[in-house]
Design a protein around this ligand. Structure first.
Ligand code: HGY
Ligand code: MN
Ligand code: MN
Length: 416
């Protein structure tokens, strides 16, 4: 560990100004009105963001590899060889993204490397900082695609052949942006994985707590429904003769909220996308394509929510005389993080003098995939008013700094 005493090691801190500057510099790539970011996976903006972060990785002396699904891993040698301790997240965003979702975990990881470089510290195990392709799943389903391929949960060929909401295939887009790498997916193997991320929910902010020791990630169910009815004149068609696809889509959107209320607990339900055709004021829609996002920390209750959803869809389709088909866009069971890593995050936060509490993650994360191959955990910092996937997403610098320091010391403990 270089020439550091334990005391001086414990006193190590990241440079908050550098972290803030990097967050702002990356947020300038794909910047949108209101201070947010649009860097949909494998878009030109994503490429520009990737180029910027890869450049920073190389400046820090990391040896950078790009795998065949475009995951990027920068490794810093340790005194010993073997699987690195990895910090990571994603730098792709939703269309109306904030500047912290994903980006914080990657940039804080790079600040950890810079802090160790400045202090001339070499850890026993190698360290790595990674960003994974298409975590958001907003353009190509499922979400966490790159990390799912990395851990062997989705065949590379299937991922490459996936066609996005704009009709383009992942493989073609990877080539177009120049990030179809040659490194085999799943390399390097990982000793342990820690992801720093904004909470994206209201818990820490509302309780005035700085650090979340994340215990796991709730289950996710994404379904796309296609309703086929009959187009007709909005004025001349009596109700009894209608086969209205828009009516069915909107009825389902309303019913999933009732299902969530009825199940209670952590159950949430969202219809985030509805496309009507022909989408005209005076024409009854003959097609509605819409998505249903169901989540719950409890797998049995999530399955119950899915059952109630499909039961309702079948009933209302029969009543309205429309046909409905559906396909799963994503389905992940709840994941529990490694108790040792959760405890390490909690202890480290306390040792650094921060308030901390345990909580589940409402959002999906790459960490839930890495948990399939190594001990994994997450560090949350507060999202003001719980806002995320919204340009108003905000986390105060002292909280960003606290999270990055907890990441620094958690990684140091795991790598020595
Ligand atoms: O949808 C999610 O939970 C994540 O942002 N991909
Ligand atoms: Mn994220
Ligand atoms: Mn997100």
């Amino acid at each position: 560990m270089g020439n550091m005493t334990n005391a001086s090691l414990t006193a190590l801190r990241i440079d908050a100004g550098r972290l803030a500057a990097r967050i702002d510099a990356l947020a300038a790539v794909g910047a949108i009105e209101g201070g947010g970011v649009c860097r949909l996976a494998l878009s030109d903006a994503d490429r520009a963001g990737r180029d910027l972060v890869v450049g920073w990785m190389k400046e820090l002396g990391l040896s950078v590899s790009i795998d065949m699904i475009g995951n990027v891993v920068g490794v810093r040698a340790g005194n010993e060889s073997g699987p690195p301790v990895m910090a990571g997240s994603h730098i792709d965003t939703v269309k109306t993204g904030g500047r912290y979702d994903g980006n914080l975990g990657v940039l804080a990881g790079l600040q950890v490397i810079q802090t160790l470089n400045d202090a001339n510290i070499v850890t026993h195990r190698p360290l790595a900082v990674a960003f994974f392709t298409n975590e958001e799943g907003a353009r190509f389903n499922p979400d966490m695609m790159g990390s799912l391929v990395y851990v062997g949960g989705l065949p590379l060929a299937t991922a490459l052949a996936t066609v996005g909401i704009d009709g383009q295939a992942v493989g073609d887009c990877l080539e177009k942006v120049g990030y179809g790498g040659t490194a085999p997916v799943g390399q390097p193997q990982v000793h342990a994985y820690v992801e720093l991320h904004v909470e994206q929910g209201p818990v820490l902010d509302s309780e005035g707590i700085t650090i979340g020791a994340v215990e796991g990630v709730q289950g996710i169910s994404w379904t796309e429904f296609t309703v086929t009815g009959v187009s007709n004149h909005a004025g001349t068609t009596p109700l009894r003769l209608r086969h209205d696809a828009a009516y069915v889509a909107c009825a389902v959107a309303s019913e999933v909220r009732e299902i969530a209320h009825a199940l209670g607990g952590d159950q949430v339900a969202t219809v985030g996308s509805i496309q009507l055709s022909p989408n005209l004021v005076n024409v009854i829609a003959n097609q509605a394509i819409f998505t249903v996002d169901l989540r719950n920390t409890d797998e049995t209750r999530l399955q119950e929510a899915e059952r109630l959803l499909h039961e309702f869809v079948a009933a209302i389709a029969a009543a309205e005389g429309v046909t409905v088909s559906h396909r799963m866009l994503a389905r992940f069971e709840p994941v529990a993080f490694d108790p040792t890593v959760v405890g390490l995050v909690e202890d480290t936060a306390r040792q650094l003098g921060h308030t901390v509490r345990r909580l589940p993650s409402g959002a999906g994360h790459d960490a839930q995939m890495l948990a399939r191959i190594c001990p994994a955990g997450m560090i949350f910092v507060p999202s003001v008013a719980g806002i995320s996937h919204n340009v108003k997403e905000f986390t105060a610098l002292p909280d960003l700094e606290a999270g990055a320091n907890v990441l620094l010391h958690t990684l140091l403990k795991l790598s020595n």
